[in-house]
Design a protein around this ligand. Structure first.
Ligand code: ADP
Ligand code: MN
Ligand code: MN
Ligand code: MN
Ligand code: MN
Length: 387
């Protein structure tokens, strides 16, 4: 439906007649815009785009604020507020909701001195975390386990869609690409690839912004891709992941392309979309770390269903993805293995050989909240209640 809370469209589950037929953004005359972009701003004014996660837990919002000087750290950026009732986070009669700056990035859309300000959302009346604010949960655990220096490496897979909800470059009228999946993974060639300009622009934009952007590759499904953030210490990993999501969604607007992180956008016959979480701490990275990794895996097994309930935005869509096919382990059966991509947790061959390293949690869906997953990995493996 068209409610403000409807998630990014995906072909299987959205009533397609409600979707747009065309995107207007990329056909607007950029030369006209350029006239205005060339107007110099007053020398004491910069533009700050405040960015936050809305009540859907996956879509992001932004709005601009003119500041008198560049905030080089989040503490220097003012608190702000917005209408929580229009973003699924509050009621109309109690709608003022707070934005607390938590990280500042360079703005790749406008360039220096303008900034993007990542915020977490607090309820306006109590300053408690809003319903979809899991950053506080994550940050508490990171503070608690500071001595263990948790590192995260996040692999964000995603799919590019036309605004009509169908895969970018997929045959119109419900057809499927005829080329085999194997050709698209890390592929080259016009027949196999769709949307590389966006990938290229995104990579540059994220590095410019200051995200710990690490790499990118094409995925097995036509028009699906992946980027990696990490390996980054502490809260910067999930912060950067959310900011790289924002940059992707905003950038794809310029191309009239919609981005979805849905775990199973084209149904059961096609591969799914995940976000592997690679995780390590001092104990895992030091001699004897392999034994500690095995201990952690035992704890993860005990908590399997607890994790599965929150490892994607909607449990059922990740359940579809974790079918036991397309390099996944079944949703309700925990497993692990060395160099095995059909398991819940994979240990790299090198980690076993060296006796230390990291583990890869392959279970989170593409639309998971990395604050929640990173938080739970620390809570389960390293202990401590978040309260
Ligand atoms: P694959 O697709 O084979 O799983 P990728 O290169 O896409 O491999 O992802 C590997 C991830 O592992 C990267 O995000 C990287 O940052 C992360 N990583 C590597 N070493 C560590 C480590 N010691 N702790 C946590 N994450 C790590
Ligand atoms: Mn207003
Ligand atoms: Mn990968
Ligand atoms: Mn992948
Ligand atoms: Mn992986």
């Amino acid at each position: 439906n068209n409610s403000v809370l409807s998630k990014s469209p995906n072909v299987m589950f959205v009533v397609r007649r409600n979707l747009l037929k065309h995107s207007i953004n990329h056909i607007m005359n950029k030369k006209v815009l350029d006239r205005y972009l060339r107007l110099p701003l007053p020398c004491n004014k910069i533009l700050a785009t405040y960015v936050w996660i809305d009540g859907s837990g996956i879509n992001m919002r932004c709005k601009d604020r003119v500041l008198d000087c560049v905030p080089y750290c989040p503490e220097a950026a003012p608190f702000w507020s917005f209408d929580g009732s229009s973003t699924g986070l509050a009621t109309t009669t109690n709608s003022d909701t707070s934005l607390r700056p938590v990280a500042v990035y360079r703005d790749p859309f406008r360039a220096d001195p303008h900034v993007l300000v990542l915020c977490d959302v607090l309820k306006g009346d109590s300053q408690e975390p809003a319903a979809t604010n899991f950053r506080i949960f994550c940050n508490k655990l990171i503070e608690m386990h500071k001595a263990e220096e948790p590192w995260f490496g996040l692999e964000q897979e995603y799919t590019m869609l036309d605004v009509d909800g169908w895969g970018l470059g997929w045959p119109k009228g419900g057809g499927y690409p005829t080329v085999k999946y194997q050709y698209s993974y890390c592929g080259v060639g016009a027949k196999y690839m769709a949307g590389r300009d966006i990938v290229e622009a995104h990579e540059r934009a994220c590095l410019y912004a200051g995200c710990d952007f690490e790499g990118t590759n094409a995925e097995v499904t036509h028009a699906s891709w992946e980027w990696q953030v990490g390996a980054t210490v502490g809260i910067k990993a999930p912060d950067d992941l959310w900011m790289t999501r924002f940059i992707m969604n905003r950038l794809a607007e310029d191309y009239g392309v919609d981005i979805t992180y849905h775990p199973k956008p084209f149904g059961m016959l096609h591969p799914g979309i995940g976000m592997h979480h690679n995780f390590s701490c001092v104990k895992m990275r030091s001699d004897g770390g392999y034994e500690f990794i095995l201990e952690c895996i035992k704890k993860l097994e005990k908590n399997h269903m607890k994790h599965m309930k929150v490892y994607s935005n909607e449990v059922w869509s990740n359940k579809m993805r974790l079918s036991g096919k397309f390099e996944t382990a079944p949703f309700d059966k925990f497993s692990w293995g060395v160099a095995n991509r059909g398991t819940s947790i994979r240990i790299q061959r090198e980690t076993k050989a060296k006796g230390k390293g990291y583990l890869e949690d392959r279970r989170p869906g593409g639309d998971c909240d990395p604050y929640l997953v990173c938080g739970l990995l620390m809570e389960t493996c390293l202990g401590g209640s978040s309260g």
